[in-house]
Design a protein around this ligand. Sequence first.
Ligand SMILES: [Zn+2]
Length: 184
Amino acid sequence: MILKIFYKTQEAFEELHAKLKLYPCPHCNHTGYLILHGKLYGFTESDTSGKIKKGHRIFCSNKKKKNGCGRTVSIRISGFIKNHIISAGTVSDFLDNIKDGKSLAEANRDAGNKMKGSNVYLIFKKFQYNQVRIRTLLLRIKAPPFANNVKNAVIQTILHLKSVFKENSCPVSQFQYDFQTSFF
Ligand SMILES: [Zn+2]
């Protein structure tokens, strides 16, 4: 059993919680010492809600002579982007708009204007920076769709992402869940 660091629903989390002692620690590989160690909170793109729960921290217990390593692991809801306010859904919509040939500002506007000013460029840069890693993971599932007329690497990557997760309304969240790694 491998501990999932991304999960989708509260039910999935509760199932994991019930079996936590059966999972080896990702740091020290010892089984039987993982316990819950508080929640991860963060702001979201909707201004009104304040901080909300984005995941949990898990502790590999070394207290009371337990043989854990004392380190923590964060597990996160796959619909959020680590260290960012925007959701995976917004990033999916934003990239979808880029694929349609919109400028960064237009793509943000049409995704609901959820990124402010320079954040739009920051997010796009992060995506560009992670493209090779993203494409390598997508290739494990299938080859990119044949699109001879598409020369732009960014658009190729977005088309590849959409083709792998075509059944899913939020490819970025599904990417994080299926590959158990951050999108960027
Ligand atoms: Zn450990």
